[in-house]
Design a protein around this ligand. Structure first.
Ligand SMILES: [Zn+2]
Length: 247
C-alpha cells in the first residue's frame, strides 16, 4: 500500500487528536498540570474565541486563568461605566464558572485602553507573577482597538519574560473583527460546543443571539477544515514552546 504524505500526517496526529496544520508536528501529550492564561480585551472575547479550548484544558485538570483587559465598561449603551462594569464582571464570573476557569481583570477601561510604558510594565509584572505555561490571546490584526491593545501587551510581556510560555493567537468574528488570520493549529471542540455557547450566553448584556451565530459558522468552518463538526483555530508563535493544545 502506498502511504501518501497526507496518510502519514493523519497517522501522526491521530493519537493526540490534534489537527496540526500540514507540515507542522503536533504538540506532545500533556501529563503535568499546566497553567494556561487566556487573554482578551473584553468579557466575552476569550469565551467566544476559544471557550471550547478553555473547557477542554480545564476538563483535563489544568488551571485556566481568563484575563480580561477591561470590565467592558463602555459595552452597555445607556448604562454608566460603573454599573456596566458590575454587570459584565458578574457575567464573566458566570462564564468562567461554566468553563471551569478563573477570571482575572487587568484594570484597564473599555474604549480607553492604553498602550504605554505603564501598561507594558503592568502586563510584564503580571506574566512574571503568574508564570503561565501557555498563553492564548487575541490576534493583533483586528478592527477593535481594545483587542489590538491586549494582543500587543501580551506579546511585549511574553518577549520580556523570556518567551518561556507557549503563545497562541485566537480569532473573534473573523472578517468583521479578526483579519488576515491563517491557522496553524486546531482543537476539536465538538464535545464542548454546547458549554462554549452557554459561556458566551452568560454575557446576556452583549445580546449574543445577534452575533454568536457568526461564531458557530466559524467553528463549523474550522471543523470542516479538520474533518470534525466544530473546531477552534489558532496561530502559534513559533519562537516559543509548542502549544499544549488539549489531546
Ligand atoms: Zn471585544
Amino acid at each position: 500500500m502506498m502511504v501518501t504524505r497526507r496518510d502519514a500526517l493523519r497517522l501522526l496526529i491521530a493519537p493526540v487528536g490534534i489537527a496540526a496544520a500540514a507540515g507542522i508536528a503536533p504538540a506532545a501529550p500533556q501529563t503535568r498540570k499546566l497553567k494556561v492564561l487566556v487573554a482578551g480585551g473584553h468579557p466575552d472575547d476569550p469565551e467566544s474565541g476559544c471557550g471550547g479550548t478553555i473547557a477542554r484544558h480545564a476538563d483535563a485538570g489544568h488551571e485556566v486563568l481568563v484575563l480580561y483587559l477591561t470590565r467592558g465598561e463602555a459595552g452597555i449603551p445607556g448604562t454608566a461605566h460603573e454599573a456596566a462594569a458590575r454587570i459584565r464582571t458578574a457575567e464573566a464570573e458566570r462564564a468562567c464558572a461554566i468553563l471551569g476557569a478563573a477570571p482575572r481583570f487587568a484594570g484597564q477601561v473599555d474604549g480607553d485602553t492604553r498602550l504605554d510604558n505603564a501598561a507594558y510594565a503592568a502586563m510584564r509584572e503580571l506574566l512574571a507573577r503568574e508564570r503561565p505555561d501557555a498563553i492564548y490571546t487575541q490576534w493583533p490584526v483586528d478592527t477593535h482597538r481594545d483587542h489590538r491593545t491586549m494582543s500587543v501587551l501580551i506579546y511585549d510581556a511574553w518577549l520580556r519574560t523570556g518567551r518561556s510560555a507557549a503563545l497562541g493567537y485566537f480569532e473573534v468574528l473573523t472578517g468583521d473583527q479578526t483579519q488576515l488570520f491563517r491557522p496553524t493549529d486546531y482543537v476539536d471542540i465538538t464535545a464542548v460546543a454546547r458549554r462554549k455557547r452557554d459561556a458566551v450566553f452568560a454575557h446576556a448584556s452583549q445580546k449574543p443571539d445577534e452575533w454568536y451565530p457568526a461564531h458557530e459558522r466559524m467553528s463549523r468552518f474550522r471543523g470542516m477544515e479538520r474533518g470534525v463538526e466544530h473546531a477552534e483555530a489558532f496561530v502559534r508563535h513559533d519562537r516559543g514552546p509548542a502549544l499544549p493544545l488539549p489531546a
